[in-house]
Design a protein around this ligand. Structure first.
Ligand code: F6R
Length: 255
């Protein structure tokens, strides 16, 4: 695991986008695991720029999103389907057939979760998984206490997560109570991880993730066991780390 501290959110986003772009340049049919939320927005903006101005080609790339709220239709403005199409997919040359996002409206949810896991394996497995982190240390919607070996399934959202995400909805009441999410085992099977965090609100969770003991109470701590993980943070998110960390990763692409 490597921790990289950047001066600003823009620099964090540029670095993560460059790392993702490098994976696609080396392997045009790369299988990318993607995240939603406010953290990766800068990364997606930069990927769009790389596509539109520098010809980064997504035509063969395959994507799997981490999670989706249960009950929100694909056209709901707060659904992760809507988010991904608005903020990335509409603006790049991805083939819609290669996009996979958990379906929170699936009638047979356990069946869908099994199918999702099978599709990841069938396409060759995730080459790179992009992650954000919750203020409570969750990754995807694996809330504190989640099994560190879990697979795609439905989780009840923590009160803290619902409160944090209420900013995107008209009221707390409207925030769904359940989400379908890749498991921690699913995420750890990816060949490379990038975890992004910005802002002082993430400082506690980042300190525990990078320097604390591995525990299901802070699910992101599992990243310490991943052989190819890069945690990219800005200075406020790094403010509770006790050690000094570099501003550049040793290597951009981990083969
Ligand atoms: C979203 C996801 C979540 C978010 C986390 C941080 O797909 O998996 O774990 O990464 O809740 O959200 P933001 O970036 O909005 O602070």
């Amino acid at each position: 695991m490597e921790v990289v501290v950047k001066d600003s959110y823009e620099e964090m986003s540029k670095l993560s986008a460059e790392m993702i772009a490098e994976v696609i340049r080396r392997k045009p049919r790369a299988v990318l695991g993607l995240a939603t939320g406010s953290t990766p927005l800068g990364t997606y903006k930069e990927l769009v720029r790389l596509h539109q101005q520098e010809g980064l080609d997504f035509s063969r790339a395959i994507t799997f999103n981490l999670d989706e709220y249960v009950g929100l239709t694909h056209d709901h403005p707060q659904s992760y389907h809507f988010f991904m199409w608005e903020n990335l997919f509409k603006q790049i040359n991805i083939n819609a057939k290669n996009v996979h996002i958990p379906d929170g409206t699936a009638k047979d949810i356990p069946g869908f979760c099994r199918w999702y896991e099978e599709q990841i394996v069938k396409t060759g497995g995730l080459d790179l998984q992009l992650l954000g982190i919750g203020g409570n240390g969750h990754i995807a919607f694996n809330e504190p206490g989640s099994s560190l070996g879990s697979r795609t399934r439905v989780k009840t959202l923590d009160d803290k997560t619902r409160q944090d995400n209420a900013r995107f909805f008209r009221s707390l009441n409207e925030v769904p109570k359940y989400a379908m999410t890749m498991g921690i085992g699913t995420i750890m099977d990816a060949r490379q991880l990038i975890l992004l965090a910005n802002g002082a609100g993430k400082a506690e969770a980042i300190a525990k993730t990078c320097e604390g003991p591995i525990t299901a109470i802070v699910p992101a701590t599992i990243v310490q066991l991943h052989p190819k993980a890069t945690i990219i943070v800005d200075k406020p998110a790094a403010s509770k780390l006790s050690r000094e960390y570099p501003a550049e990763p040793r290597i951009l692409v981990l083969a």
